[in-house]
Design a protein around this ligand. Structure first.
Ligand code: HEC
Length: 137
């Protein structure tokens, strides 16, 4: 009983945060620690969520910024590659982010999210639905 609860939780965990959709053949109970890049991605996502709340719910504007330099240096989960496409997308994302920070607008926020989506469509489709929700309509 407890075991099935635990594996249920782990499966859900994988579904929620992993890059790919769940792979049934991989239902083992080993949990890989997130890579440096995955940790950075969560910081970027959290930051975008906070900005969305600042625009739509009068929440305070976030004071901390994700360390975007890490896009070029962080270790990736084995299987992912910092190839030319990744670097181009990272450049474009960083540019959009810098423009946004100098003048935060909803349009700029949505441009950042569009940059998340461009990279993810090629690199990591799992979180796309979640990323879509960061957009401000
Ligand atoms: C330059 C390409 C690129 C951009 C831009 C990008 N991502 Fe990612 N993202 C990745 C890659 C590659 C991974 C897998 C990293 C790994 O597991 O090492 C990832 C992983 C993730 C994950 C899953 C982390 C996990 O726990 O496995 C989330 C969530 C995520 N990104 C959200 C975002 C959000 C939100 C943005 C924009 C604010 C964004 N990403 C921008 C390439 C990108």
């Amino acid at each position: 009983m407890i075991r099935s609860i635990i594996s249920g939780i782990l499966l859900l965990f994988g579904l929620l945060i992993g890059c790919s959709k769940s792979k049934p053949e991989k239902k083992t109970l080993t949990v890989q620690p997130p890579s440096e890049m995955a940790v950075l991605m969560h910081a970027m996502e959290e930051n975008a969520l906070q900005w969305k709340a600042a625009f739509t719910e009068d929440a305070p504007t976030p004071s901390a910024f994700p360390e975007l330099d890490l896009l070029y240096t962080a270790d990736l989960t084995p299987g992912f590659e910092r190839d030319e496409f990744f670097i181009k997308s990272a450049d474009s994302y960083t540019k959009a982010y810098e423009e946004f920070v100098s003048e935060p607008t909803i349009k700029g926020h949505n441009l950042i999210v569009a940059n998340c989506i461009t990279c993810h469509q090629q690199k990591c489709t799992g979180p796309l639905v979640r990323i879509e929700k960061l957009k401000i309509k």
